[in-house]
Design a protein around this ligand. Structure first.
Ligand code: KIV
Ligand code: NA
Length: 265
């Protein structure tokens, strides 16, 4: 199958075909997700939470994102691979931001980057796009700004924040972003932004009217049990499946059922 491009995502929007996106952080899972037919795979800095065990995404380093990104890229044949720029690598110094962006692109082989923020970092984004690097914006709840918000609650319920969000989305489109992620905002606002933009919107906790949806792999597969926001739909209970398999293995080792003669040399 043909490799998915940023251009193809725009075509999908104009056709009204929804875009599927899911996170992955390693070779094996990325391979399964790609072969299942996912349109885009996000190497999210949510790796900080689900892979590294941190409470926030802030500790993620450029080198760590490059490690995850290059692992995923090696597995993917069809999906568009998007790598998050981690906290502090794109924050108002366009020259430094471009250097970080170039490192990710060169050292992972990813197709595109995703960057949290609007007007405050619009010059950084313009510089990166002008260097030939496709950028997906990320607005609404921006987990790298959790210390500013102080809460992971729904964003842009108030008029001022909603208006800024719409303005930021238009600025991102104008700066050359090929798509924008909208996280945890009212469905009605996400619908309005999706309508206003010619580039695709990809929602997480942003309702049914965005051009696509994204979820964190560990959440939708039911690997973590302790994260269950309203927007999350669980498609599997891998926590139970894995626990069961691991316990069967322990039991077989203890009872000396494993290994048997056929499993021995
Ligand atoms: O890091 C991540 O997984 C993300 C998605 C939640 C959009 O940015
Ligand atoms: Na992220």
């Amino acid at each position: 199958k043909r490799k998915v491009t940023t251009h193809r995502l725009k075509e999908m929007k104009s056709r009204g075909e929804k875009i599927s996106m899911l996170t992955a952080y390693d070779y094996s899972m990325a391979s399964i997700i790609d072969q299942a037919g996912m349109d885009a795979i996000l190497v999210g800095d949510s790796a900080s939470n689900v892979m590294a065990g941190n409470v926030t995404t802030l500790p993620m380093t450029l080198d760590q994102m490059i490690y995850h990104g290059s692992s995923v890229v090696k597995a993917v044949k069809r999906a568009l691979v998007v790598v998050d720029m981690p906290f502090g690598t794109c924050s108002g110094n366009p020259e430094l931001s471009l250097q970080a962006a170039i490192r990710i692109m060169k050292e992972t082989g990813a197709d595109t980057l995703k960057i949290e923020g609007g007007e405050e970092i619009i010059e950084d984004i313009r510089k990166i796009v002008d260097a030939g690097i496709p950028v997906m914006g990320h607005l609404g709840l921006m987990p790298q700004s959790i210390n500013k918000y102080g809460t992971y609650t729904v964003r842009a319920k108030e008029k001022a924040e909603a208006e800024k969000l719409i303005n930021d989305a238009l600025l991102l489109e104008k700066a050359g972003c090929y798509a924008v992620t909208l996280e945890k905002i009212p469905a009605k606002l996400a619908a309005e932004i999706t309508d206003k933009l010619s580039i695709p919107t990809i929602g997480i906790g942003a309702g049914a009217f965005t051009d696509g949806q994204v979820l964190v792999m560990h959440d939708m597969l039911g690997i973590n049990k302790d994260f269950s926001p309203k927007f999350l739909r669980r498609y599997s209970d891998l926590h139970a499946t894995i626990t069961n398999a691991v316990q069967n293995y322990i039991e077989d080792v203890k009872s000396q059922d494993f290994p048997n003669e056929n499993e021995s040399y």
